[in-house]
Ligand binder design. Structure first.
Ligand code: NDP
Length: 296
């Protein structure tokens, strides 16, 4: 059986790792908070590693799913780091929504040890992860991507190589910048309609069948905002990070992106106001508060 090490059993990491459990793979997991790893192994099987370093022993593939590239760097090259035990020929698959520049630096450092790198951030949320139906956008050499396919197919449905190292992270950052723009602009639009005494449930239904529709109008708002359920599946802090990466990438490319920059600022302020644990859709609450009206 192929040995896979999985590091980072958070909201999306745990359901991804569940598809790599025995008997499909020989899975070893590591999580900073050990209790989470214990709960995971009790439910899905596999072994627990005491440190990133011990997780990497004999692993053909190591997968990281951490908040940002900063934590990936720490887990790889910090004390008892994963890179110290990965053998030449192993592949690091980074499912974190990371930073392309940081990933290129990490890939260069790993290459000195004969370890390959594939950035493989995902989209589809916790529901998509549980269903094993994520979109996986990859960056790396084609031969490395091909070798990773059997692992990625365990949790992904649409699996695409977008280019060299960092390309997957770039596409993911831009996709989530669009997600932020869609949530924020729909929140503003429905707030305005609420102020005009329009029935917002009817408006949302019409918009979702019209040119202004998006995943936000068709799924997120009906399921989370109109119901006031606001489940916590993807932290606003992480969306703030993603749109920040997109804005920085555009700046580095010398492209003016005023809508993305403005939305990044609004999301950053909402993150500061709502805190680290708020879900990304809860940003709508900030719009509602400012307008003094609820969209539902
Ligand atoms: P969570 O905040 O739920 O989990 C973060 C994970 O990283 C936990 O396992 C946490 O460990 C670990 N961690 C945090 N800081 C450190 C550190 N300094 N050293 C070691 N481990 C650390 O995040 P998600 O699972 O939601 O997201 C993970 C990645 O996937 C992010 O890049 C996110 O943007 C991306 N993503 C998330 C989606 C979602 O729907 N949630 C969808 C698509 C992408 P501990 O248990 O100890 O806190």
């Amino acid at each position: 059986m192929t040995r896979v090490a999985f590091l980072g059993l958070g909201a999306i990491g745990a359901p991804i790792a569940s598809h790599l459990a025995p008997p499909s793979f020989d899975l070893v997991v590591w999580n900073r908070t050990r209790e989470r790893a214990k709960g995971f192994v009790a439910n899905h099987g596999g072994h627990i590693a005491d440190s990133p370093r011990s997780a990497g022993k004999n692993a053909e593939f190591a997968i990281t799913c951490l908040p940002s590239s900063r934590e990936v760097d720490q887990v790889l090259f910090g004390d008892d780091g994963l890179a110290a035990s990965l053998a030449s020929g192993a592949i690091l698959i980074d499912c974190t929504s990371g930073d392309p520049g940081a990933s290129r630096r990490i890939a260069t450092r790993l290459a000195e040890q004969g370890i390959d790198f594939l950035d493989a951030p995902v989209s589809g949320g916790v529901t998509g992860a549980i269903a094993g139906a994520l979109t996986v956008m990859c960056g790396g050499d084609e031969a490395v991507f091909d070798r990773c396919r059997p692992v990625l197919e365990a949790f992904g449905k649409k699996i695409v190589r977008c280019g060299g190292v960092g390309a997957g992270h770039a596409v993911k950052a831009v996709s989530n910048a669009l997600l932020a723009v869609h949530i924020w602009s729909l929140g503003e639009a429905l707030t305005a309609l609420a102020k005009l005494d329009v029935n917002t449930a009817v408006a949302l239904d019409v918009i979702s069948a019209s040119a202004g529709r998006s995943n936000a109008s068709q799924n997120l708002f009906p399921e989370r905002v109109m119901t006031r359920a606001f489940p916590r599946t993807f932290r606003l802090a992480l969306l703030d990070k993603d749109i920040g990466i997109a804005a920085t990438l555009a700046e580095e490319a010398g492209v003016s992106v005023p809508v993305i920059e403005l939305t990044a600022r609004l999301i950053r302020d909402a993150h500061a106001e709502l805190g680290e644990e708020a879900d990304h859709v809860e940003a709508v609450k900030v719009i509602e508060q400012r307008a003094g009206v609820r969209v539902s």
